[in-house]
Design a protein around this ligand. Structure first.
Ligand code: ADP
Ligand code: ADP
Length: 232
């Protein structure tokens, strides 16, 4: 699904050169749930941004769902990103004065789907995160955990090939974090491929694979559970 080979991302300012990623290689198969851990400043966000085509890279090869990314133009990259990637951020990134429905609908509108197709997708996605009845609410009328579930629905509505989550429970108390993690596990059991940056060692242990990043390099990985947790 995702295949990175010797990726380097170098940030250059006048005097300093930072290798945010150096010769970073990682392969993620369809249906995997991978947790990315590592110290602050180690390159986790850079990895997720490169994986999600939000940032470019200086060296190496990256293949996403069979498409070679290097050399693509900006408009090709954004089309690929819209089609294949669903993002979940720590801060939800919902639009405050849009209803829950409109928040989930907005990227679909942007992509030009018909009204009926959009309605189908939004309702189905809100159903999956248990918030179908809240479609008229504003984000401020929901708890933080519910807002993150709306953000997950927004990602799902794009029917992405892969979900990228940057500390999705970072702002949530433990009960709400648990609910969000349960949703991610349910989606993974239904076949979703997920890469999640987390600082929570327990979260990292309960997925298929834990990848540790140190100094921009893949330092270690552990496999906790083979694919197909659902059969447990
Ligand atoms: P993490 O997510 O693990 O905290 P980051 O990927 O945010 O790490 O950062 C990795 C390194 O790259 C850090 O040294 C950071 O300061 C640097 N870095 C990240 N983004 C930029 C940027 N846009 N410009 C310059 N340096 C950056
Ligand atoms: P996180 O803990 O989520 O990785 P960071 O504080 O490390 O958050 O970085 C947040 C964002 O700021 C990163 O996505 C990165 O692109 C940017 N960033 C990090 N370090 C630098 C830097 N030295 N210069 C410019 N941008 C940076």
């Amino acid at each position: 699904m995702l295949n990175m080979n010797n990726i380097s991302r170098i940030y250059q300012s006048d005097t300093i050169q930072t290798h945010a990623l150096r010769d970073f290689s990682l392969r993620v198969n369809e249906g995997e749930f991978v947790a990315v851990t590592g110290p602050s400043g180690s390159g986790k966000s850079t990895f997720l941004n490169v994986a999600g085509l939000l940032d470019n890279f200086d060296r190496g090869q990256y293949e996403l769902d069979g498409v070679s990314v290097q050399g693509l133009k900006d408009d090709e990259l954004s089309r690929l990103r819209n089609e294949k990637i669903g993002f979940i951020f720590q801060n939800y990134n919902l639009i405050p004065d849009y209803s829950i429905f409109d928040n989930v609908d907005m990227p679909l509108r942007y992509r030009g789907f018909s009204a009926s197709e959009r309605k189908r997708r939004v309702e189905q996605a809100l159903e999956k995160v248990g918030l179908a009845s809240r479609f008229k609410y504003l984000p401020s009328q929901l708890s933080g955990g519910q807002q993150q579930r709306v953000a997950i629905a927004r990602a799902l509505a794009g029917e992405p090939k892969i979900l990228l989550a940057d500390e999705p429970t970072g702002n949530l108390d433990s009960l709400m974090a648990r609910q969000v993690m349960e949703i991610l596990h349910n989606l993974n059991n239904d076949g979703a491929t997920i890469i999640m940056v987390t600082h929570d060692p327990d979260q990292a242990r309960e997925v298929n694979r834990n990848v540790q990043v140190i100094d921009g390099q893949l330092a270690d990985f552990k496999i906790y559970a083979p694919l197909g947790r659902s059969s447990e």
